[in-house]
Design a protein around this ligand. Structure first.
Ligand code: LMR
Length: 337
């Protein structure tokens, strides 16, 4: 009897830590902080929410995704540093924001008039370029999971921007890409890097005269309130890299990581599917407010912009390197310069 009691006690004792750790796991889901700088009601914002929904569902609640939109946790530059430090696990910065890490190759995607349309962009990113670019992040402790689309840039100021001359002397906020810096300079304007969360006020107070962005960002950040004229130029593309802290990601239990990868694949498909229409709808909304005037380039205007910005391509070789330009050219089946 004593032996039996002893055996039961020993078994209970052996089981206890297992039970309590199971309990602890059940009670404390893995937290993934996902920070980004735009509003929830944008392609990226909706994509992040979709990822949260699917990731929590596919892992049966073992993972909890906390979304921090609108720079509520970090601003542009800080968020990448925070990811490297592990203070945040997931981000979706625009690819223009990797240069401060010393990775310039992503800027090839910012070349003006590079992608003919959304379909061309998305086909190109599904090919080798996207994967090749992600490899560049690995040495920085960052793993690339997906590319999310946000369509094409418009440009604005308090005067109509129809001819290259109209840009002369104006200060434009840019998000970080030296390629954008270059094409704005070629148009005779003065580009200035500034965090996304500071743009509205900078436009309002005249710290800068203008900016470029997609319709969904113009609408949700209310840039249209402080810009009299928007040119629907679609001169360059805005895309995001969804990234994670590599150590965090590789340290996840494999079954959990597989479910998160599945959630990301599905959220990516969703985001890239809605991006175009979201921006079309945002443009219609902006128009409806009546607070700004939308302008459209004629073929002759567009040609003049093309010509003025064209030297960016030759300049880009020294900035992003020939290898990525060749890869992009091959993917798009175009000749670069
Ligand atoms: C910007 O800074 O203009 C963009 O990167 C914002 C965004 O993430 O869409």
């Amino acid at each position: 009897m004593r032996k039996l009691l002893f055996a039961v006690a020993a078994a209970a004792f052996a089981l206890a830590p297992a039970l309590s750790s199971d309990l602890a796991q059940a009670q404390s889901p893995i937290i993934v902080k996902f920070s980004h700088v735009v509003a929830n009601d944008t392609p990226k914002g909706k994509g992040a929410l979709k990822f949260k929904e699917l990731a929590e569902k596919y892992t049966d609640g073992k993972v909890k995704i906390e979304i921090y939109p609108n720079s509520s946790l970090y601003k542009d530059k800080e968020e990448i540093e925070a990811l490297q430090l592990g203070s945040v696990q997931m981000l979706a910065p625009s690819t223009a924001k990797f240069a401060p890490l010393g990775i310039k190759e992503f800027e090839a995607l910012d070349l003006p008039w590079l992608f003919k349309d959304d379909a061309t962009y998305s086909a190109a990113m599904k090919g080798t370029v996207g994967k090749w670019l992600f490899q560049k992040l690995e040495s920085k402790g960052i793993t690339g999971l997906a590319y999310w689309d946000n369509g094409f840039h418009m440009v604005s100021s308090n005067r109509p921007l129809m001819k290259p001359e109209d840009f002369k002397g104006l200060k434009f906020r840019i998000s970080g890409s030296k390629i954008a810096d270059q094409y704005f300079r070629l148009m005779g304007s003065i580009p200035q890097i500034m965090a996304f969360s500071e743009v509205y006020q900078a436009l309002q107070t005249g710290v800068v005269d203008g900016c470029e962005n997609t319709a969904s960002n113009y609408l949700t950040q209310k840039f249209y309130e402080v810009q009299k004229d928007i040119t629907v130029s679609y001169h360059a593309h805005l895309q995001y890299a969804v990234i994670v802290n590599s150590k965090f990601w590789s340290g996840l239990p494999p079954d959990i990581r597989t479910q998160l990868e599945k959630a990301m694949a599905d959220a990516t498909e969703y985001t890239n599917q809605i991006a175009h229409q979201e921006n079309e709808d945002a443009l219609a909304e902006i128009k409806k407010t009546g607070k700004t005037t939308l302008h459209y380039l004629s073929d002759a205007d567009r040609k003049a912009w093309h010509e003025a910005m064209q030297p960016t391509y030759a300049w880009a070789k020294g900035r992003v390197g020939q290898e990525v330009l060749d890869l992009v050219a091959k993917e798009l089946d175009v000749k670069m310069n």
